[in-house]
Design a protein around this ligand. Structure first.
Ligand SMILES: [Zn+2]
Length: 193
């Protein structure tokens, strides 16, 4: 079977999210047969870069199963070189046609960063690294946390689009990168960029 195009992959995720949000999830690809099939070879059709938040598990919100998604998760879906390498793996090594950067409503990491930047306090340990990663979005959001979530998501999409390895695949139409926003209230993913 040939891999889906970027648009076909996005359509699959949208359809899965529609099922999830309307309480008609079918939990595909979660049986013994699929496990056996995927044990030999994986052909995930999307990389989802999302927050660590316990309420935003990509396999659930897109109603997918084993072998469907590569999940890359970090606080407020911030990226650094190690995370970027993990994101590159799908497109570069497995021919994955789609990357979705998924921000979400009431992101605690974004809210905490906004608070720390507003109060000019320094968070302990590596938490401050997350704050620094979100500083550019904070500056442009003018104190509005929901706006900051969307700006940060769009920023991560932009950064990935300028990633040398990924940009080459985008130019050849083998890859698309989209940004989404997940509503905790409705379960729906809407497009940000
Ligand atoms: Zn979050």
């Amino acid at each position: 079977m040939s891999p889906p195009t970027p648009d076909e992959a996005w359509a699959r995720l949208r359809e899965g999210n529609r099922r999830w949000a309307s309480d008609t999830a079918i939990h595909p690809h979660q049986d013994r047969a699929r496990r056996a099939e995927a044990a030999r070879k994986q052909e995930p059709y999307a990389v989802v870069v999302s927050c660590i938040d316990s309420r935003v598990a990509p396999e659930l919100v897109f109603d997918t199963g084993v072998g469907d998604l590569l999940s890359v998760r970090s606080a407020a879906q911030t990226i650094d070189p190690l995370v970027s390498g993990a994101i590159e793996y799908g497109p570069a090594e497995l021919g994955t046609p789609l990357i979705v950067v998924l921000g979400h409503q009431r992101c605690g990491a974004v809210a905490a960063a906004a608070h720390a930047l507003h109060e000019q306090t320094t968070l302990p340990g590596h938490l401050q690294d997350i704050v620094e990663a979100l500083r550019p979005a904070y500056r442009r959001a003018h104190g509005n946390v929901d706006k900051m979530i969307r700006i940060n998501t769009a920023d991560v999409v932009s950064k990935l689009k300028s990633d040398k390895l990924l940009a080459a695949r985008i130019a050849r139409k083998q890859l698309k990168i989209v940004g989404g926003y997940y509503s905790l209230d409705t379960g729906q993913v809407t497009r940000v960029v």
